[in-house]
Design a protein around this ligand. Structure first.
Ligand SMILES: CC(C)(COP(=O)(O)OP(=O)(O)OC[C@H]1O[C@@H](n2cnc3c(N)ncnc32)[C@H](O)[C@@H]1OP(=O)(O)O)[C@@H](O)C(=O)NCCC(=O)NCCSC(=O)C[C@](C)(O)C(=O)O
Ligand SMILES: [Mg+2]
Length: 355
C-alpha cells in the first residue's frame, strides 16, 4: 500500500504533479464518436461547440479490424481540431485486450497535451487503476506533458461494483466513474438485452382488491437504482464525479430523458450521448431548472451565514437545506459560465422570483 504521504507524488520522474482536487468542469454529456468512421469524425468540429465533452471511442462498437484506424483517426482529429473549451476524452480498449497498451502509448505521446481524461473500461479493482496510473506518468514524462491526464473508470463488471470504493480512491488521477449497464448486465447474468433503461418484467404489483376482480396496477422499477446509488456514494466519498452512462434505445427519447433525470436527481453530473439526438436531452436534464436555481438562491439569501432555521413559503429551511441549495446554485454558476443561454434563463427566473 502507498503511504498517504506519497499519494500526491508523481509516479515517474518528470511527470506532472497529480491534482489535489478534481476540477469541476461541466460534463453534462460525454458525446461518443467513432474516430475511424470518417463520416462521423467529419462532424466533430461542428459538434464540439454544442457539447461539454467529446469522446473518441476506441473500445466496444469499434470492430476488431478497425481498432488501428480508430486510434489513428483520433490522433488526426485531435491534431486538426480546435476544441475551444470543450474537453477531449477517449475510451481506450480494456486492459485485457491486445490494443490497450498501444492505445495508451500512442495517444499520450501524440496528443497527450490535448487529452483531458482517459476512460478505462471494465475496471475490476484498484490494481487496474494503479497499472494505468504508473504507465500514464511514464508516458507523460516521456512526452513532456505538463498537466496530468485524468482517469475515468467504467463500472461494468460485478467485481468492479464490489470494489467500487477502492476504485474511486485508487489514484489522485481518478476523475469519475460511469455506469456501463450492458456489460454489467452480462457480467451479473441479468436477463436483459438492452443498453440501460428499465424492463417491463421488473415490477411490483399492487395488492389484490377486495372484489378480487379489479385489475391490479403494476409499477415498473428501476433496475439500476442500487448500482447508481452505490456509485454516487463511492464517488462523493472520494471527491470524484459520477455519470449515468449510455442509453441504447436511441429512438425512445422519452425513456432516455427519464433515465438521465433519475441519475441527475440521485447525484450524477452527466450521461453519455451516443447519437446527436441525445445531446440536448442531456443538456436539459443535467442543467438545474431555472425555477429550482432561483429557489436555491432565495434560500441562500434568506439563510445569511447558513445557520439557524427560517420559514420560506411555508417550508422550513435550515443548515442542511442551505447546503442542498448551495449544490444547486454552484452547479448553476459553473454551467452558466459556459452556457450563455442558461445564464440568461437563470437571471430571468431570479428576477421573477419574489424575495
Ligand atoms: C447508434 C449508431 C450506430 C446509429 O448510427 P446511424 O448512422 O444508424 O444513425 P442515424 O440516425 O442514421 O444518423 C444520423 C446522422 O448522424 C450521424 N451520427 C450518428 N451518431 C453520431 C455520433 N455519435 N456522433 C456524430 N454523428 C453521429 C450519422 O453519421 C448520420 O450522419 P449523416 O446524416 O451525415 O448520414 C451511431 O449513432 C453510433 O455508432 N453511435 C455511437 C455508438 C457507441 O459509441 N457505442 C459504444 C458506447 S455504449 C457502450 O459501449 C456500452 C457500455 C457502456 O460499454 C456498457 O454498458 O457496457
Ligand atoms: Mg461496456
Amino acid at each position: 500500500m502507498r503511504s498517504p504521504k506519497d499519494f500526491f507524488r508523481p509516479l515517474a520522474v518528470g511527470a506532472p504533479a497529480p491534482v489535489r482536487e478534481v476540477p469541476f468542469r461541466p460534463s453534462r454529456m460525454i458525446h461518443f464518436f467513432d474516430p475511424g468512421n470518417e463520416k462521423m469524425a467529419a462532424k466533430v468540429p461542428a459538434i464540439a461547440p454544442t457539447v461539454d465533452v467529446l469522446l473518441g471511442n476506441l473500445e466496444d462498437a469499434v470492430a476488431a479490424d478497425r481498432k488501428e484506424a480508430a486510434r489513428a483517426g483520433l490522433v488526426r482529429t485531435a491534431k486538426e481540431t480546435d476544441f475551444g473549451d470543450t474537453q477531449l476524452w477517449t475510451r481506450v480498449n480494456s486492459l485485457d485486450s491486445p490494443w490497450a497498451l498501444d492505445d495508451l502509448i500512442t495517444l499520450v505521446t501524440e496528443i497527450g497535451d490535448k487529452l483531458d481524461v482517459i476512460m478505462v473500461p471494465k475496471v475490476e479493482g484498484a490494481q487496474d487503476i494503479h497499472y494505468v496510473d504508473r504507465l500514464l506518468a511514464q508516458l507523460e514524462a516521456k512526452a513532456g506533458v505538463t498537466r496530468p491526464i485524468l482517469v475515468h473508470a467504467i463500472l461494468e463488471t460485478a467485481t468492479g461494483v464490489a470494489n467500487v470504493e477502492q476504485i474511486a480512491g485508487a489514484s489522485p488521477r481518478m476523475q469519475g466513474i460511469s455506469l456501463g449497464p450492458a456489460d454489467l448486465a452480462a457480467s451479473r447474468r441479468m436477463k436483459t438485452t438492452r443498453v440501460g433503461g428499465g424492463h417491463p418484467g421488473y415490477l411490483v404489483r399492487e395488492d389484490p382488491h377486495a372484489d378480487e376482480v379489479a385489475p391490479r396496477a403494476t409499477f415498473q422499477q428501476d433496475l439500476w437504482h442500487y448500482t447508481i446509488a452505490r456509485m454516487v456514494d463511492a464517488c462523493a466519498a472520494h471527491g470524484i464525479l459520477p455519470y449515468y452512462g449510455p442509453f441504447g434505445d436511441i429512438k425512445d427519447t422519452t425513456a432516455c430523458e427519464d433515465q438521465f433525470r433519475n441519475a441527475f436527481l440521485l447525484g450524477c453530473v452527466g450521461a453519455w450521448s451516443l447519437h446527436p439526438v441525445q445531446i440536448d436531452i442531456a443538456k436539459r436534464v443535467f442543467s438545474p431548472a431555472p425555477a429550482d436555481v432561483a429557489w436555491a438562491r432565495k434560500v441562500i439569501a434568506a439563510m445569511g451565514d447558513g445557520t439557524g432555521a427560517v420559514m420560506i413559503d411555508g417550508k422550513m429551511q435550515d443548515d442542511a437545506t442551505y447546503k442542498q441549495c448551495q449544490v444547486v446554485a454552484s452547479l448553476a454558476d459553473a454551467l452558466a459560465a459556459r452556457d450563455p443561454e442558461l445564464r440568461d434563463a437563470y437571471a430571468a427566473a431570479e428576477k421573477e422570483t419574489p424575495a
